[in-house]
Design a protein. Structure first.
Length: 169
């Protein structure tokens, strides 16, 4: 059985009571990936959220079709990945590779729908928490984009060198 502490470290489960956490725990699976393993690949479709319990993983994105992937983040215990596909049902936007043996909990979209049928309030809270997490990341990316744009201007580069449409929340 998956320990309580494993779930309580994730903001996605904030506000759930013990009974709801116990049910959610029964819907999750534990998986272990060896070092240097692509847990998910950019462009593939996905239906799962991964919760890192142990180990490290890197997020890699190809800036364009002709460029090699670049590391954009390192993930550690307490962090999640794969959540965007649960929301928008689009192909994955990055590759996540384990940097060492990595243990994760997996929650599938099917398990989320089971949670919805079992307890609509708990499902709604999880989805609201997920939306909040994605919103926080979007706000961070907005700030990083604006800082980069400001640096480019200070360096005398054209403001048009970066993306033209950026959602600002």
């Amino acid at each position: 059985m998956i320990a309580d502490a494993d779930l309580s470290t994730y903001s996605l489960f904030g506000g759930l009571n013990q009974h709801e956490l116990d049910h959610l725990r029964s819907l999750m699976q534990r998986e272990i990936f060896p070092s240097d393993y692509d847990i998910l690949r950019e462009g593939e479709t996905g239906d799962r959220v991964y919760f890192i319990l142990e180990g490290l993983a890197e997020v890699r994105v190809k800036p364009d079709a002709d460029s090699p992937p670049e590391r954009v983040a390192t993930l550690e215990p307490g962090q999640i990945f794969g959540e965007m596909e649960i929301l928008d049902i689009q192909p994955r936007t990055a590759t996540v590779r384990s940097l060492e043996e990595t243990t994760v909990l997996v929650l599938t979209s099917r398990s989320l729908y089971e949670l919805k049928r079992w307890h609509l309030e708990a499902f709604t809270l999880v989805m609201m928490n997920l939306a909040r997490d994605v919103s926080r990341r979007l706000r961070l990316m907005d700030r990083l984009y604006l800082l980069e744009r400001q640096r480019n201007r200070q360096a005398g580069l054209s403001a048009r060198s970066g993306p033209q449409a950026v959602p600002v929340g």
